[in-house]
Design a protein. Structure first.
Lengths: 311, 352
């Protein structure tokens, strides 16, 4: 287990460095320099370069860059809001995005689990078919199509929820974005739960538990679901990542002042510095989630832990 | 006693010539369908079409593909031709207009109740028909939808095929050689996999000029990981088998074994993975267009059409509906086909 953890953490660090290297190279490839102003003459430019360390060898620049990025010093925005530190831009937006993303994951996980359970317990009935249809649609239809449909029907036509995000009614205006983001998670989890539950329900230890006289919730939740849950945890990581991608468009549709819409704006207005900083944050979050899930997997499933000890 | 037995045996039966004639019973023998040997692919086809959702998906893909090819040529409009005097016309189809649908009438909900507009009669253009309506620049949405579907399909299929070639080769080589090669190749893959797809694609498109080839290239860089994992896993299963050993004994080279002998055996899971990666590619393309990194105007893809329609989707919802439906159906049907294919190729697989 210790060796495994160490290996995962090392991969994490290397991936992070690789990402930083790629971002750094991209920064070098970007047209122009940060000091494009025509009013500057050569001496002033040289002075500015010296001030920001741009006259040093490229390796030194890279290590400075890594140091700054890891300390959360991402530089300033050039276009979106001139000369505002990017960390400040992100600070207010990140909680909103994480809030909506978290709600979507929770909603998707709970509803998906219930849907999958229903389908497995009522295998080969109309409920099963219904749950399968819902999950196939949920997996195939992109989240922003749901976002558009929900925003048109419940936001515009029925006016149950605000169509656009407003700071005054954060709960109410998070409902539609969270639902549209959660659809993919929900559908995938429903499919996995169903297939895992079907396998578990047919296993010998379930027969044993039943023959010992267990029935009802105790049987399903304590014996079946617990074992079925293990593989489901592993799919959660890629799902969260897909959700991050989806959040870009969904945040734009609902005009949510989150990180996703900031990235979209930055891309559209060619604010490279912001794009690169956000790319770094997304990547760091992504690999951190992967790391946590990988490590959790060992904790949750005693079979893996014991097998690792035996080595 | 024994003498007697021998005698009886000898006298029991003397075969005659008639016994050695052909029985000539071709008529009696019918093919035993239960045990008749069938080729693998025939089996797969039968299992595939037995699943309703799979052939519905295939049917939808064929229809959409055909429409994407012939659709833009079905009326007199072109995908980039603008008619600024005829913008935002509602859908109107000859024949159907008498039934009260697709009649060119647009209903708008305002604060003072629902209003009906008919821009065709307002402008005295009674013989003009826009089947799916016209957009903000007076371009025909029918033509643009199918043109967009064509572009999206080309991007998705091209990206999926290139991914297949790269990912497959990578996985096969890594799995076959094993040892240090495998270790290094897998570490590289882990790092590549650690960078979110979104980030790679976005950054690449910032550096390169947006366009079809760039999008294909970006998709190629991100999608091969899944494919190579599958190829490697299959390779690990197969490489210890006797036919590989036999081939090696006969002096076959590594690459001959990998691509000529093992590859045909794992083509099933690979095709399934290609089918799964097509909807992902369609989605990624649509996403990029929505963000503004997609196909440059006046060309269009499903994503750019959705993005255009989004700007006016509360006032003219008919503009966004066709591309959204086509894209959703396309992704759905590719997923259905991939699911069906996976089950058909491996019936022992656990139910999904």
């Amino acid at each position: 287990m210790k060796k495994y953890t160490l290996k995962r953490v090392l991969t994490f660090i290397f991936t992070l460095l690789a990402i930083l290297l790629i971002l750094f190279i991209l920064m070098q490839l970007m047209p122009g320099s940060p000091f494009n102003d025509e009013k500057l003459n050569e001496d002033m430019r040289a002075a500015l370069y010296a001030k920001y360390g741009l006259d040093k060898p490229i390796i030194v620049q890279f290590f400075n860059y890594v140091k700054n990025m890891l300390q959360g010093d991402f530089g300033v925005s050039y276009k979106i809001s001139k000369n505002t530190p990017i960390s400040q831009l992100i600070q207010t937006r990140l909680p909103i995005s994480i809030g909506i993303g978290g709600m979507a994951v929770a909603l998707g996980a709970i509803v998906g689990l219930l849907l999958g359970l229903l389908a497995a317990l009522k295998h080969n009935t109309i409920w099963d078919t219904l749950a399968t249809i819902i999950s196939v649609i949920g997996v195939s239809v992109p989240s922003y199509v749901f976002a558009l449909a929900l925003s048109y029907n419940f936001g515009f036509k029925l006016q149950w929820f605000p169509m656009l995000f407003s700071q005054k009614d954060i709960m109410g205006s998070s409902v539609l974005p969270s639902i549209s983001l959660s659809m993919f998670t929900m559908a995938s989890i429903a499919r996995f739960t169903r297939s895992e539950m079907l396998e578990v329900l047919g296993s010998d230890y379930m027969l044993l538990a039943e023959s010992k006289g267990l029935s009802g919730p105790a049987l399903i939740f304590r014996h079946a679901l617990r074992n079925a849950l293990i593989p489901i945890v592993t799919v959660l990581a890629p799902l969260i990542v897909d959700l991050m991608t989806g959040s870009l468009v969904v945040e734009k549709i609902f005009a949510i002042p989150g990180v996703g819409s900031l990235l979209v704006n930055a891309i559209q207005s060619n604010d490279y510095n912001v794009v690169i900083s956000l790319s770094f944050i997304y990547s760091a979050m992504y690999i951190a989630i992967m790391l946590v899930v990988d490590l959790l997997y060992g904790v949750i499933d005693p079979r893996i832990r014991l097998a690792k000890k035996g080595d | 006693m024994s003498e007697q037995t021998i005698k009886t045996t000898q006298n029991a039966y003397v075969p005659t010539d008639a016994d050695f004639r052909l029985k000539d019973n071709a008529g009696e023998i019918t093919i035993d369908t239960n045990f008749a040997a069938q080729s693998f692919w025939k089996d797969v086809t039968i299992r595939f079409f037995r699943k309703t959702s799979a052939w519905i998906g295939l049917f939808l893909i064929i229809i959409i593909t055909v429409l994407a090819i012939v659709g833009p040529g079905m009326n007199e409009y072109t995908y980039s031709g603008q008619e600024l005097s005829q913008k935002n016309f509602a859908p109107r189809v000859p024949g159907l207009e008498k039934l009260g649908i697709f009649d060119g009438v647009e209903r708008m909900t305002t604060s003072s109740g629902t209003k009906e507009f008919d821009k065709y009669t307002e402008n005295n253009l009674t013989d003009v028909y826009y089947w799916f309506g016209s957009d903000n620049f007076g371009r025909d949405i029918w033509t643009r939808t199918w043109e967009g579907a064509r572009v999206s399909l080309i991007i998705a299929v091209a990206a999926a095929l290139i991914d297949m070639i790269i990912g497959m080769s990578y996985g096969l080589i890594s799995g076959y050689f094993g040892g240090r090669t495998d270790m290094i190749m897998q570490r590289i893959l882990e790092i590549a996999n650690g960078i979110p797809r979104l980030v790679i694609v976005t950054l690449l498109l910032l550096v390169l000029k947006p366009g079809m080839l760039t999008i294909i290239f970006a998709l190629m860089l991100t999608e091969w990981v899944g494919m190579s994992r599958i190829a490697r896993a299959e390779m690990l299963k197969l490489k210890e088998q006797e036919f590989v050993l036999a081939s090696r004994t006969l002096g076959a080279g590594h690459f001959f074994i990998i691509f000529k002998q093992i590859l045909p055996n794992i083509i099933g899971p690979i095709i399934t993975q290609v089918m799964f990666s097509i909807p992902t590619a369609i989605f990624t393309e649509a996403f990029l267009s929505f963000v503004g990194l997609g196909i440059p105007v006046p060309q269009c893809s499903l994503g750019s059409l959705i993005s255009e329609g989004f700007n006016s989707f509360t006032t003219h919802p008919f503009q966004i509906i066709p591309p959204v439906i086509v894209m959703a159906l396309l992704m759905l049907s590719f997923n259905l086909v991939a699911d069906g294919l996976r089950e058909a190729l491996d019936p022992k697989l656990k139910e999904m």
